[in-house]
Design a protein around this ligand. Structure first.
Ligand SMILES: NC(=O)c1ccc[n+]([C@@H]2O[C@H](COP(=O)([O-])OP(=O)(O)OC[C@H]3O[C@@H](n4cnc5c(N)ncnc54)[C@H](OP(=O)(O)O)[C@@H]3O)[C@@H](O)[C@H]2O)c1
Length: 312
């Protein structure tokens, strides 16, 4: 902001650029360059807290064996994530050693990053659920958890009531449910309609858009934050565009790669709070985090993106 104000002041004083049209032109240029450094955030509807619109998943990518050489690389992946404005990291006890690795590696980062820690409960039974949540917090080294979700609706009545109790006791800040299966959408919708929820997490990307029909509008309507999983359809979207150049007009929404194109399509949906691509590669993380900057497509542009993608 201040650089823009300073330039405007400078321009007003400049005898060369004092003409109205050059003034407007220069101011617009600054506006664009500002939007390339500012990150895109969305409010969590239940509190108004701001979240950056790109987070990070950890399925497979952080499930590495003990003593693996991959650790150094994953620290750099995390560094690139936080340095570029990332905050929300999603995990689950279902992802093998991912929670443990995240806890261990994030503790090594200096300075300590601003983490929004999200994980899941994925078990049956009251006591088992409580024990599993405690283990998650220990493995991720976070207390209270920012967000706990019922993974794939498993034993959801019991587990969601535990999450609500824990939220009351301030042992976690937000509750949610997740799915990535269209066959669960009907049950998912019923729960969204009947239960208090801060977040839902669901699958949505340029290829699989079923969530647009009912779940995304419902989330918007009810004021529930939306985390989008499988934004690249587990990497399959890249196969579909292999060898194809980005359209020139992708520049208009500041996209330099297919990854950014796919992510900006998702985060420009009015119901979406953030998308959580997973990667084990530093250069992919840097690529993904670029989608957090610059211009977003409007409704017309989203339609154009879709038509182009479907024509490939
Ligand atoms: N029900 C649930 O709760 C549920 C279900 C599914 C997923 N999730 C969550 O959502 C997260 C994301 O979903 P996902 O991991 O299944 O799949 P995804 O994020 O759609 O795709 C991951 C794949 O994309 C590749 N990739 C990432 N960035 C790239 C880039 N810039 N360019 C090219 N390739 C790139 C990765 O390979 P590289 O490692 O080579 O980059 C990886 O193979 C999960 O990690 C998990 O946290 C939750």
């Amino acid at each position: 902001m201040s650089s823009r104000r300073e330039l405007l002041k400078l321009l007003a004083l400049s005898p060369v650029l004092a003409g109205a049209s050059s003034f407007a032109f220069a101011a617009n240029k600054v506006k664009n360059s500002e939007s390339l450094t500012q990150i895109i955030t969305r409010k969590i509807p239940s509190t108004g807290e701001l979240l950056p619109s790109i987070g990070m998943g950890s399925y497979q990518t952080f499930n590495i064996p003990e003593g693996s050489q991959q650790k150094d690389n994953l620290i750099q992946v995390l560094q690139a994530f936080f340095e570029n404005g990332g905050k929300l990291i999603d995990s689950s006890p279902m992802y093998g050693r991912s929670e443990l690795m995240l806890g261990e590696l994030i503790a090594e980062l200096k300075p300590s990053p601003q983490l929004f820690a999200a994980s899941k409960v994925w078990t049956y039974g009251k006591q088992e659920g409580l024990a599993a949540i405690q283990e998650t917090m220990q493995r991720m080294r976070v207390q209270p958890m920012d967000l706990m979700q019922v993974h794939n609706l498993r034993d959801w009545e019991i587990q969601l009531s535990t999450l609500n109790e824990m939220k009351q006791k301030k042992q976690l800040r937000y509750t949610g449910i997740t799915t990535s299966r269209i066959s669960q959408y009907e049950d998912f919708e019923k729960i969204m309609r009947s239960q208090p929820l801060d977040f839902v997490q669901l699958n949505y990307n340029m290829k699989v858009r079923d969530a647009e029909n009912r779940l995304l509008p419902l989330a918007k309507d009810k004021g529930i934050a939306v985390i989008v999983n499988m934004p690249y359809e587990k990497g399959r979207l890249f196969q579909l565009v292999k060898g194809k150049a980005l359209p020139e007009w992708a520049n208009e929404i500041d996209c330099q790669s297919w990854g950014q194109f796919f992510l900006k399509f998702i985060i420009s949906h009015p119901a979406v709070t953030c998308a959580i691509p997973a990667t084990s590669k530093v250069h992919h993380m840097k690529d993904n985090m670029q989608a957090l900057k610059g211009r977003l497509p409007d409704t017309k542009m989203r339609q154009k993106m879709l038509q182009h993608f479907e024509s490939l």
